[in-house]
Design a protein around this ligand. Sequence first.
Ligand SMILES: [Zn+2]
Length: 113
Amino acid sequence: MKTAGYLLGAVLGLVGLIFLVAAGQSNTMPRVIIGIVLLGGAAFMIYLARSRGPETRITHEIDLTGETELEHLRCKSCGAQLDADAIEMHEGAIYVKCPYCGTTYQLEEKPKW
Ligand SMILES: [Zn+2]
C-alpha cells in the first residue's frame, strides 16, 4: 500500500509535469489546470504514503497481522489493550504475550490481507 502510494504519486507527478510542459505549446489553459490537479494529486498520494511510513516500518516484522486488527486486539485473559510489542511470531504462527497479566496464547484470528 505504501509502495503503491509512492508509485501512484510518482506517476501522477510525471504526467502532471508532461501536461505543464505541453501547455507551453498550445491549448495552454486546460493543460495548466490538468497539470496542477495532477501534481496536487501526486503530492497528496506521497503525503498519504509518507504519513503511514514510520508506523509501518517499526511493525514491519508483524505487518502480516494488519494495522486495523492490532488496534482492536485485546488480551483474552485480562482484556488489556495490546500493542505490537505483545505479538511474537513463532514458526509461522502468531502468539500474543500480554505484558499486563503474562498470559501467552496463540492468535486464532486469521489475518486479513
Ligand atoms: Zn492480559
